[in-house]
Every structure is written in structure tokens, then in C-alpha cells.
Design a protein around this ligand. Structure first.
Ligand code: CA
Length: 464
């Protein structure tokens, strides 16, 4: 029987209505910088109220054993945005701010979350700190993001009056890069606000402008990374904190919290809150010297104790993840990419295999067991390794020293139990060695090797 054109029209109409109903969720990642594990209300913080960040935890899940893949900023971000252990592509150091060096950044062989989501029709924006290379080839707009508002380096001055350098490509020094004016895309911005507030404003605006299409917002505050700077508006909330570092740190966290509140309100106001998968985390543990606290964890930013790699980590997707969920099994920031892709209606192929896993089925109970049999860390410059298995046993190695910890519920590394568990130590060492076979040596000299970099560059007569 021959079908009439009206039949086909009706058929496609039904199809398109169906497609609209099965809408891919928006993806938001809110990342703070150098924030301690203990410095959010949902992890028990008492002296710095974070009522808005806590809304995420209350509406979704707190990962009590949520980790990042590296203990400092730049490689942690490379891991998050590629969904892969960054050592697989030699990204194992903090990049130097070198706009003329086309090797100093996130390898162009890697694709980012923004690349992959872009293939599914997502519009993407990066707001805040980039820190994955200052050379033009690494610019966020070249790495899958449709929009960019922020700066390219590893940190920044917070008050607009201090932002005096117009061309971000004119400096090749981390400290100087802190004083570059902000950029919108490639254009120079004459910012008037405290930059944490500016980033919140831009994030809210992006949500407001993207009501009808799926979007990916990567809101990466540089706060509360040093320099410790906050306006009176936020400082005055913390007169009860005597320590001046902690007081300023608290004010910086409070500014973020206000911004998170505005963002959550905008999602609700525009009717997008239930169709948005949102993550909150810090890029590494607290360094302590910025006034942060990792209590009750040992260690800090830069090392492989839990204080360096376990961070405040929460996620919400109302209607999919039950409100008030607490998830205690070890997970890692690499899971964000896989979880985002797993939330799409249609499977998206990635260029390279991901190390993360989709967490949603584990949170809904669809999948039993643990997301990861084992998680790994390496800092080759420090000759340091760590691994955490599904039972929360952690091996920690540096040079010839090996510790084994039972992280238990709290994550505190209290007692070395390596001698009592020689077989487990051996097994985990073998697993680390096996994992390492898939890694590359560091691909570039980093912040800690700046002098050597300059010496080699001068010797080789490379572009200054
Ligand atoms: Ca950091």
C-alpha cells in the first residue's frame, strides 16, 4: 500500500516530538582552586558557611572519597577535561606560562569534554581559569569551547585595578600573567568587579542565554588560590575568625558560595534545574598556606596523601539521583567525562579511551559493585606513587618507602599496615607497575623546572 505524504509528515512530527522529550541534560562543572577537603559545609565545615554549595550536596550526592587525578592544578585539569590519566600523554607538571611555546600545554592529540559534547550539539563555555597552555594553539576556543571568559594562566589577581597587562601573549612569566586583563573570547575586557563575582555573573548569563539548547558550562573559579584577596563585602562576614589568612580565605570561599547560589537560582528560574547534571569539586587538596583545611586528612596540595588528592566533591541531577545520597566508594574526577557522556541519549565515541566510568548506574543502584577496582597516582619528579583499591586500602610509595593504609570511613591515614599485609602490598605494587606501562614520561618542563627551562631555551636560541 502506498503511503500518503501526510502519513510521512505525521510520522516525522511524532519523531521530532519524541526527540524533544528525550533531551540531553545540560552539564555544569563548578571547580574551585586549592580548596581544602574540610572547607565546605557538606564535609563538616563550621567556621565558613557554604549554604549554596551545600544545596548541591542536599539535592544530590556527596562523594566522601572523591579524588582528583593529580595533586596540583594543571595536570588535574588536564585529567578532568580529557577523562584520562594525564600521565598517558605526558602531562605531569604544572605548565609554565609560555605563550610562544607550542609544546607547553594540553596535547592536541587529546580531545576535551567540550570537543565530545560539541559533537552532540552542546554549546560550551569556559568561565575562569584555563591553565592548560598559553600558546594560541591551546586556547579554550581551539579546544572545543564556543565561548571563553577568563584568563589563561594558573592564578590571578582578584581586584580589577591590578589587571594592567593588555596582551596576555606579551608576558612569559607566571607572576606577570596574574596581572593580565581578562578576556572574552580573544577580546580584552575592562572588568569592574572582583573577579570571582565577574565569573559568577558570566556563568549566570550563559545559563540565561542557553535555555533551548543543551549546554556545557565549565565554571572554574581561581578562588581560593593565592593571592589571598577579598573585598570588605565578604571579609565582614568573618570577623569571628581571628587568623587573618583563614579570614580572607573564608571570604573568598563565601564569594564563590554566593555565585553558586545565583547559578542554582538561575537554573531553577529558567526551568533547567531538573535537566542539568552538575558537579562541584576542587582541583586539588588544600595547600594549607592559603588558610585551607583538609581535616582529618594528612598531607596537602602537591603530595599523594589524601589531603593532596581527596577533595570536596558533590553532584546533583534532580529526578535521577536521589537527594541526600552519600557515596563512600572511591571515585575520581576522571569519571566526570564518562558520566556526562553516559547521560546522553545517544552514545558518543571518544577519540581516545577514557579512564573514568559513568557513575550514574552506581548511584541509581542499576549497577552493583564498585566503579573502580583500583585508582592510581604518579608524580614522577617526586618518585611518588599511590593507589587506592575498591576496599579503601591505599598504597603510598616514595623512593624506597612503602606504606599501606586502611582509609576507613574518614580517609585519615593513621597507621601503616604494610608489614601485616605483605601479599596485598605486592599485588598493589604489581597493579601500579602494570598501569605505568601505559604512561609516558613528562612531556614538558614545569613550574618547578623554570630555571632549567629558561637556560635550555637561551641555549637553543628559541623564541623568547
Ligand atoms: Ca589548584
Amino acid at each position: 500500500m502506498k503511503k500518503s505524504p501526510i502519513f510521512f509528515l505525521a510520522f516525522f512530527l511524532v519523531l521530532s516530538i519524541h526527540a524533544q522529550q528525550r533531551k540531553n541534560p545540560n552539564i555544569i562543572i563548578i571547580m574551585t582552586d586549592d580548596m581544602g577537603y574540610a572547607d565546605v559545609g557538606f564535609n563538616g565545615c563550621k567556621d565558613i558557611p557554604t549554604p549554596n554549595i551545600d544545596r548541591i550536596a542536599a539535592a544530590g550526592v556527596v562523594f566522601t572519597s572523591g579524588h582528583v587525578s593529580y595533586a596540583v592544578c594543571s595536570p588535574s585539569r588536564a585529567g578532568l577535561l580529557t577523562g584520562r590519566y594525564s600521565q598517558r600523554f605526558g602531562y605531569e607538571r604544572n605548565v609554565l606560562y609560555m605563550p610562544k611555546d607550542a609544546a607547553m600545554g594540553l596535547s592536541l592529540d587529546e580531545e576535551t569534554m567540550a570537543d565530545a559534547l560539541g559533537r552532540s550539539g552542546y554549546r560550551s563555555m569556559l568561565v575562569g581559569k584555563w591553565h592548560l597552555g598559553a600558546h594560541p594553539s591551546f586556547h579554550p576556543l581551539k579546544r572545543g569551547f564556543n565561548e571563553f571568559f577568563g584568563f589563561l594562566g594558573g592564578g590571578h589577581q582578584y581586584f580589577p585595578a591590578a589587571l594592567q597587562i593588555v596582551d596576555p601573549l606579551s608576558v612569559d612569566d607566571e607572576g606577570a600573567s596574574y596581572k593580565t586583563k581578562l578576556n572574552r573570547g580573544l577580546a580584552v575586557v575592562e572588568e569592574q568587579e572582583y573577579i570571582t563575582d565577574a565569573f559568577s555573573r558570566e556563568a549566570v548569563s550563559f545559563v540565561d542565554r542557553n535555555r533551548t539548547n543543551p549546554f556545557f558550562l565549565y565554571l572554574t573559579y581561581n578562588a581560593p588560590h593565592t593571592p589571598l584577596q577579598a573585598p570588605d563585602q565578604y571579609l565582614s562576614r568573618f570577623n569571628h575568625i581571628a587568623d587573618s589568612k583563614r579570614r580572607t580565605y573564608a571570604a573568598m570561599v563565601s564569594a564563590i558560595d554566593d555565585g553558586v547560589g545565583k547559578l542554582l537560582d538561575k537554573l531553577k528560574e529558567t526551568g533547567q534545574d531538573k535537566n542539568t547534571l552538575l558537579f562541584f569539586l576542587s582541583d586539588n587538596g588544600g595547600p594549607l598556606d592559603n588558610g585551607s583545611s583538609n581535616h582529618p586528612l594528612s598531607g596537602k596540595k602537591g603530595n599523594l596523601y589524601e589531603g593532596g588528592i581527596r577533595v570536596p566533591f558533590a553532584m546533583q541531577w534532580p529526578g535521577v539521583i536521589a537527594a541526600g545520597t552519600v557515596y563512600e566508594k572511591p571515585i575520581i574526577s576522571l569519571d566526570i567525562f564518562a558520566t556526562a557522556l553516559g547521560s546522553l541519549e545517544k552514545t558518543v565515541q571518544t577519540k581516545n579511551p577514557l579512564d573514568g566510568v559513568n557513575l550514574i548506574p552506581f548511584l541509581t543502584g542499576k549497577k552493583k559493585g564498585t566503579p573502580h577496582e583500583i585508582l592510581f597516582w604518579r608524580n614522577q619528579d617526586m618518585k611518588a606513587y599511590a593507589a587506592i583499591n575498591a576496599d579503601g586500602k591505599k598504597i603510598w610509595m616514595k623512593g624506597d618507602t612503602t606504606f599501606l593504609f586502611d582509609l576507613g570511613k574518614s580517609g585519615a591515614e593513621k597507621q601503616n599496615i604494610a608489614n601485616e599485609n605483605p601479599e596485598l602490598v605486592l599485588t598493589m605494587k604489581r597493579q601500579v607497575a602494570e598501569w605505568e606501562k601505559g604512561l609516558k614520561p613528562p612531556a614538558f618542563l614545569g613550574l618547578s623546572q623554570r630555571d632549567e627551562y629558561i637556560r635550555l631555551r637561551n641555549k637553543a636560541n628559541l623564541p623568547q
